[in-house]
Design a protein around this ligand. Structure first.
Ligand code: ADP
Ligand code: TRP
Length: 319
């Protein structure tokens, strides 16, 4: 079974990315041959700063390795180290109906948030389909927001198969639903673009300050509080064990503890949860060539598969 996923290096990773995408993808690496890549071509649709793009790409690789991605099991590489994927995207675009792309939410959402309405942003799902199909992927773990892109990928693969014969396998999405959407400091979805994140590897003082700034209602200290609707409790639930979670829930319902105290417990749980990963990250940073070596090795494995699939595609379409 080949597992494939990608993440855009458009900023620093936050705990929404971790629980929504990285943790499930890392858990899956034990179940098959995993290919994970840093979607730097895609990031160009929103980040046009070469220095920042390069830094974020290495940063995402570092964070994935620190969080447990095992380069012996999973190939980790940059999307742009397999440029054949852009050739495939072109071929796919010639059978992709405009209407299919016009229906995509992410284009509408992103332009509504102020991203320039470029052709690249519009055809983003075609490049994503190429990412998936070029590795004969079986399973694609992604967050809920990417579900439509997986449907588009399958539609494009079917269209190619109908037109040119059986060229592609149809990939299955593996949508992470157990975590749901991780809320940010203001209660909206945690997202880089909303400035409401807790970063996985944020600096200690800043992270504490951010936890303490979580927006709460004005229930007095003595009063009972509703755990389910509280961002503090929701985040704590992701980070703490069952017993600690039950303890906090009881304290919410009992009253007598203020939100400030709950925030302190949340910070402690957060800091503790990522402690071993922070240590691993420091170890990796102490080996200057490690990240580049991992990415080069990953690119080699990815290129082998991509070259073979592209031979098949070129033959099928008459190039
Ligand atoms: P952002 O919204 O911060 O820009 P991305 O869109 O780059 O994040 O998302 C990268 C991955 O992380 C996707 O698979 C997405 O589903 C997941 N993800 C992002 N934010 C959250 C969140 N708040 N809760 C759960 N998963 C998330
Ligand atoms: N669009 C994905 C995101 O924003 C990143 C991505 C690009 C991806 N290509 C992919 C994810 C292929 C899975 C498979 O999160």
């Amino acid at each position: 079974m080949r597992i494939l996923s990608g993440i855009q290096p458009s900023g620093v990773l936050h705990i929404g990315n971790y629980f929504g995408m990285m943790q499930p993808a890392i858990a899956l690496q034990a179940e098959g041959e995993a290919f994970y890549f840093i979607a730097d071509y895609h990031a160009l649709t929103s980040l046009q700063d070469p220095k920042a793009l390069r830094e974020h790409s290495r940063g995402v690789a570092l964070d994935c390795l620190a969080c447990g991605l095992d380069p012996e099991r999973a190939a980790l590489f940059r999307q742009s180290d397999v440029p054949q994927v852009t050739e495939l995207a072109w071929i796919l675009s010639t059978v992709t109906p405009m209407g299919l792309l016009e229906r995509c939410h992410s284009y509408k959402d992103k332009t509504a948030r102020g991203l320039p309405a470029s052709a690249g942003l519009f055809t983003y799902p075609v490049l994503m389909a190429a990412d998936i199909l070029i590795y004969d992927s079986d399973v694609v773990p992604v967050g809920k927001d990417q579900k439509q892109h997986l449907e588009v990928t399958r539609d494009i693969a079917v269209k190619i198969n109908e037109t040119f014969g059986e060229v592609f396998k149809l990939p299955e999405p593996r949508i992470q639903t157990s975590t749901g959407v991780v809320p940010g400091l203001d209660g909206q979805k945690m997202s880089k673009s909303y400035g409401n994140t807790l970063d996985i590897f944020g600096e200690e003082k800043e992270t504490r300050k951010r936890v303490m700034s979580i927006v709460t209602d004005s229930t007095p200290v003595e009063a009972a509080k509703d755990p389910e609707s509280s961002v503090i409790f929701q985040l704590f639930s992701l980070l703490a064990g069952d017993a600690q979670r039950q303890e906090m829930r009881d304290a919410f319902l009992r009253g007598g503890t203020g939100y400030g105290e709950f925030k302190k417990r949340l910070f402690a749980a957060l800091w503790d949860y990522f402690a071993a990963m922070r240590a691993r990250r420091a170890e990796i940073l102490a080996q200057p060539d490690y990240i580049d070596d991992v990415l080069a090795q990953g690119a080699q494995r990815a290129n082998q598969v991509a070259d073979a699939v592209m031979c098949r595609v070129r033959e099928a379409v008459g190039l």
